[in-house]
Write a new protein. Structure first.
Length: 370
């Protein structure tokens, strides 16, 4: 099937290797960043979430109204806004932006400190059950033609109803991420797309096998997205030299106690347990800086627990082939974002994006022919 390519936009410039620059909310940058993704051939962009960052629905609306075809994936954390209200927000935005351009990504929350910034003191295992119930009510609100009641562990509604339904038959795709104990059960039962970090091939293959089996028990199928940070150059040596420069820039930023994270505008007051998926990346990084020939974990090891930080390194052809090996495992969506966020998007549009699409097409044709 055709692959879907996702980017990630922010309201200001920055990354692990580039300090935050400009105002926290820069409307011109949001427009430029969104249009760059559309011009580069991306299908969709993720709008991230933290308890100190600008509102994702507002950012998504700006991105949609700055472009003609680009879709959005709005990250949020269940538990702060009732699912009935989120459903109406999504359906309304879907209609106001042409239909079929809006999706939602559920993040249950790996940082206790960030949860508490918004007043959530629940335990992680409870939050996953809450996420599952949230998605159940969200789906029902988006599809039920008559008012309904709901009484569950976390939510209770009488006569819940949304006059606004999704603008197209595609509805509002539901994305989900997480690998801790209760995550797989919730994601397999409720999500349309399960998002994975860029672990080595063997680990990703095992995750896909496990999640597919859990989904099958629910009588469902599920799709997969993989998140990485490609580093490309005209030659392989130049690409690895570029990775070294990114490492040095990140190291200097850390030494200067500066931050380039476009989501973390406030730091935890102390050390806290890491999300299982982020901790897995740390364990992989400790095994070595390079896996599967070109999956680089140098930034992962340097910056400590965080999300998407592993990087396939090489020429556009080499990186495309490395990513397409995940396509062979069943990944149909690739979320890629850069260390030079805007510049990388423009570079990827020249060769990497076309190569990924062409490579997936050829693989599909080969399967049909076989």
């Amino acid at each position: 099937m055709p692959i879907e390519l996702l980017g990630m936009i922010a309201t200001t410039a920055g990354s692990e290797s580039k300090a935050l620059a400009g105002p926290v909310v820069d409307p011109a940058y949001v427009r430029e960043f969104s249009r760059a993704h559309e011009n580069a051939g991306f299908d969709r962009v993720l709008v991230g979430y933290s308890a100190s960052s600008p509102d994702g629905f507002a950012v998504a609306s700006a991105a949609l109204h700055s472009t003609e075809r680009l879709k959005v994936l709005i990250a949020h954390r269940p538990g702060f806004v009732p699912p009935t209200i989120v459903a109406r927000k999504l359906a309304t935005l879907d209609h106001l932006t042409g239909g079929g351009r809006v999706a939602i990504h559920h993040i249950t929350g790996g940082s206790e400190a960030d949860q508490r910034r918004d007043g959530d003191y629940s335990e992680k295992q409870d939050r996953y059950r809450r996420t599952g119930e949230f998605i159940e009510v969200l789906r029902k609100t988006l599809t039920e033609e008559a008012p309904f009641d709901h009484e569950g562990e976390f939510y209770r509604f009488e006569g819940a109803y949304s006059a606004a339904k999704p603008a197209t038959d595609a509805g509002i795709p539901i994305f989900f991420g997480g690998l801790s104990g209760g995550a797989v059960e919730v994601g397999a039962k409720n999500a349309d797309v399960y998002m994975l970090f860029g672990e080595p091939l063997a680990e990703v293959e095992e995750h896909i096998r496990t999640i597919r089996a859990a989904a099958a028990k629910e009588g469902r199928t599920i799709e997969f997205s993989l998140s990485t940070r490609p580093i490309i150059a005209d030659t392989e040596d130049e690409a690895w030299a570029k990775a070294d420069r990114i490492y040095a820039e990140t190291e200097a930023l850390i030494a200067a106690q500066q931050d380039g994270n476009t989501l973390s505008f406030a730091r935890p007051r102390g050390q806290e347990r890491n999300a299982v998926s982020a901790d897995r990346l740390q364990q992989i990084a400790k095994r070595g800086d390079v896996h599967d020939e070109r999956l680089w974990t140098g930034i992962t090891r340097l910056t400590g627990p965080s999300g998407n930080s592993t990087a396939p390194v090489g020429t556009p052809e080499q990186v495309a082939e490395a990513l397409l090996k995940y396509y062979d495992l069943g990944v149909t969506r690739f979320l890629i974002r850069g260390f030079d966020p805007l510049g990388d998007v423009r570079d990827w549009g020249k060769e990497l994006v076309p190569l990924l699409r062409e490579g997936a097409r050829r693989r599909d044709e080969g399967r049909v022919a076989a």
